[in-house]
Each structure stands twice: as C-alpha cells, then as structure tokens.
Design a protein around this ligand. Structure first.
Ligand SMILES: [Fe+2]
Length: 186
C-alpha cells in the first residue's frame, strides 16, 4: 500500500491547542469495521492529546532505571502510548511490525535516527516540542533524547503493535537482532 512506504515519512509542526480531547475522550476511531487508521489520522490524534496538556502531564513519570512508557488507549484499530525520556535515553533501532504510526513531542525534543537494513548510512532529524511525525509500516528508526532536558511524547500505532523487530548497526550495515512481542516484551 502506497501510504506504507518509508519515503512517505513526513514531519510537520502543529501549534499547541487547548480544549481538545485527551486520552479519555479519544478517539474518533474511524468508521465501523475500519481496521487501520491512516498515518495522518494518527498524527491528528497524537497532536490533539499533546495539546490537551491536562491529559498527560499529571500522568507522566520519569525513570532513570529504564525508559518509562504507559499505554493509555487500546482500541481495535489503534493504540496510544505516553512515553518519557530522560537525557540520553533511547529506544535503539526498531520497526513497528505491520503498524503505521505517529508521534508528537509534548515536552523537550527528540532525535530520530533513520536507517535501512543492510545499510550503514543513517540520517538524523530533530522533533521539537509540538512537532508531529507520521510514518508508514516500513519505517525503521532509533528515537533518543539527545538534549539536556527531559522530554515527553505521545505515540499512536495502527493496528496496535503486536511485534517489533530490533536491529543493530554492524560493520556490514544495519542487521536484525531479534523480535519483541506485545504482552511478552513490553
Ligand atoms: Fe518507533
């Protein structure tokens, strides 16, 4: 499907808005029977949640022991997670199985490192407060807090994540190292 192409990754900046739905009110999950939401719709959802600051700020927690994350919504066609990032915390290279996704930065800034299996080349880009990044199911990245301040982000996936493949950069390029499965590994 064309919208799943990695080349369709886009980043856009959304202004912070108030009086919009938070986690509890979300989402308008599309028409009945719709199995997957578009990256654009996921971007809209995370943007609205970030703008409803009262929906995430009282909940978010920071942990030096391990990166903190909490699923806030699980629906048939998507799920939504709240994540926090202390300086230096990062995900490592991973994909999202068959899921499309989007994330919005609620506080601080994140660095996204893009890579492709079998290749050494990486590309970095910055996601600052209020920015929304959307992506298709072929997307592969490492997300990190490379800044000196704490960061918070809201992530949405459709369909809900069932597996994520993990990768490591080697001398011969990015290599698959394993698969993590929902309910078992996170
Ligand atoms: Fe990811």
């Amino acid at each position: 499907m064309a919208t799943d192409a990695t080349s369709q990754v886009s980043t856009s900046r959304h202004s912070m808005r108030r009086a919009t739905p938070g986690f509890e009110g979300e989402p308008g999950s599309g028409s009945p029977g719709q199995a997957r939401l578009s990256p654009a719709r996921l971007g809209q959802i995370v943007s609205e949640i970030v703008a409803a600051e009262q929906s995430w700020r009282p909940i978010v927690h920071f942990s030096a022991e391990r990166r903190w994350y909490r699923r806030r919504v699980l629906a048939d066609d998507h799920e939504i997670w709240l994540l926090s990032w202390l300086p230096g915390q990062h995900t490592g290279f991973h994909d999202h199985g068959a899921a499309r996704g989007a994330f919005a930065v609620a506080q601080g800034e994140l660095r996204e490192t893009l890579a492709q299996p079998g290749r050494n080349r990486v590309r970095n880009r910055c996601a600052s407060t209020g920015s929304v990044t959307t992506f298709g199911s072929r997307h592969l990245h490492d997300v990190s807090n490379a800044a000196a301040a704490r960061a918070v982000s809201v992530h949405a996936y459709s369909p809900p994540l069932t597996a994520m493949r993990r990768y490591a950069m080697t001398a011969s390029g990015l290599a698959l190292t394993g698969t993590e499965r929902a309910e078992l590994d996170w």
